[in-house]
Design a protein around this ligand. Structure first.
Ligand code: CO
Length: 131
């Protein structure tokens, strides 16, 4: 069961520069900031009501976020749907022959997460998360 939009992920060149808008102009609260070396990202999570904005800056040129920005520029990267059971949700989706990026959920910023392939969702990269 999909419960809500957990967060919207945005790819940015420079996290501190982008906070000038999302934090300082919109007055959103930064509730977490993390560097995830194995995923090659520096991230900040901002609270927006019951949902969040996730800003993602690449740490190096090999980072998937760096490659995304190279191809498409900064901007909307993914939408994350919250589910109470990401394992069961992912299995049910795979049963329906939907292409996925992660075969198994893994630890991410938002909890246990996985990504579906954007070709299943009309070009939008979809993340599922159980916080
Ligand atoms: Co995300």
């Amino acid at each position: 069961m999909i419960e809500k939009i957990h967060h919207v992920g945005i790819a940015v060149h420079d996290l501190d520069e982008s906070l000038k808008f999302y934090r300082d102009t919109l007055n959103l609260h930064v509730h977490a900031r993390e560097e995830i070396k194995d995923q090659g990202v520096r991230a900040a999570l901002l609270t927006i009501g019951q949902s969040e904005i996730e800003l993602l800056e690449p740490l190096n040129a090999d980072s998937p976020i760096a490659k995304f920005i190279e191809r498409k520029g900064e901007g909307l990267h993914h939408i994350c749907f919250q589910t109470p059971d990401v394992d069961a949700e992912l299995e049910a989706i795979k049963q329906k022959d939907i292409a996925v990026i992660d075969q198994k959920p893994r630890k991410g910023l938002a909890g246990m997460i996985c990504f579906l392939h954007p070709k299943a969702s009309r070009g939008v990269l979809v993340e599922l998360a159980t916080p």
